[in-house]
Ligand binder design. Structure first.
Ligand SMILES: *[C@@H]1O[C@H](CO)[C@@H](O)[C@H](O)[C@H]1NC(C)=O
Ligand SMILES: *[C@@H]1O[C@H](CO)[C@@H](O)[C@H](O)[C@H]1NC(C)=O
Length: 229
């Protein structure tokens, strides 16, 4: 390859990488406070930017993460999210935050964040945490028991969970590497979609038809779908 060809190939590659990337882009300015409609604003990364001259300290401020979420629900946990939707100054910053409360023996059920790696610090209680690697990595389970001050990382896209294995409430805070990391709860997406996935297809997917009557197995799926509908 001639030097000029190499330079062209290199430049093409260098230009192609950022466009092929679906991650939050690096900021292009000091800040880009999100607003809902274009009013003297600039459109960046899915949100409009507020006119910088109108930006105030409040745009970078959220209050209330000292308050526990209500854990009186089926899974006995509650996630309070601070992301670009309720803290507009996070727009284009590639970062967000959650507080997670767990009642005794409550859990944050298996889920993934399609757009963010998560770093979690436990401040109160005892958690059993883990994630499962991809099919390519043979679905290995990585787990740890956390005590206050312990930190665990859930790599982007991996299915993960946390279970309070203690007799007292647990509280954790976690940072995510996206302004809007997204959440896909496995049970809810599989059994609680709108409209529902054909129960017979799900029965086969979960190999429920291997040893008992197919119709009966579809009923098991229908029961699950009724719970998550
Ligand atoms: C989480 O807690 C908040 C505040 O108490 C409450 O409004 C919300 O309904 C709770 N969410 C769940 C899933 O229980
Ligand atoms: C998942 O489904 C359950 C059962 O319907 C519901 O209580 C829970 O709030 C759902 N979780 C999320 C994150 O939507």
């Amino acid at each position: 390859m001639k030097a000029s060809q190499f330079v062209i190939a290199f430049i093409t590659l260098a230009l192609a990488i950022p466009f092929g990337d679906a991650y939050d882009p690096s900021p292009l300015q000091d800040f880009c406070v999100a607003i809902d409609k274009l009013d003297n604003g600039v459109f960046v990364n899915g949100k409009f930017c507020k006119d910088p001259k109108q930006v105030k300290a409040e745009d970078f401020f959220f209050s209330g993460l000292n308050i526990a979420g209500n854990t009186d629900n089926d899974v006995k946990s509650n996630v309070t999210t601070v992301n670009v939707e309720n803290l507009p100054g996070l727009n284009t910053m590639g970062i967000s935050l959650v507080r997670i409360d767990y009642a005794p023996y409550g859990q944050n059920p298996p889920h993934t964040h399609p757009r963010g790696t998560e770093i979690l610090v436990l401040v109160e209680g005892t958690l059993y945490v883990g994630f499962v690697s991809s099919n390519q990595d043979k679905n290995r389970l990585f787990t740890k028991i956390l005590h206050p001050g312990d930190v665990f990382v859930f790599p982007i896209g991996m299915i993960h969970f946390q279970v309070n294995i203690g007799k007292t409430p647990a509280v954790a805070f976690a940072g995510l590497s996206s302004q809007n990391a997204g959440v896909i709860t496995i049970a809810n997406t599989t059994f609680g979609s709108t409209p529902p996935i054909n129960p017979e297809f799900l029965a086969q997917a979960f190999q429920l038809d291997a040893h008992i009557a197919f119709q009966l197995d579809a009923h098991i799926v229908k029961d699950l779908q009724a719970k998550f509908a």
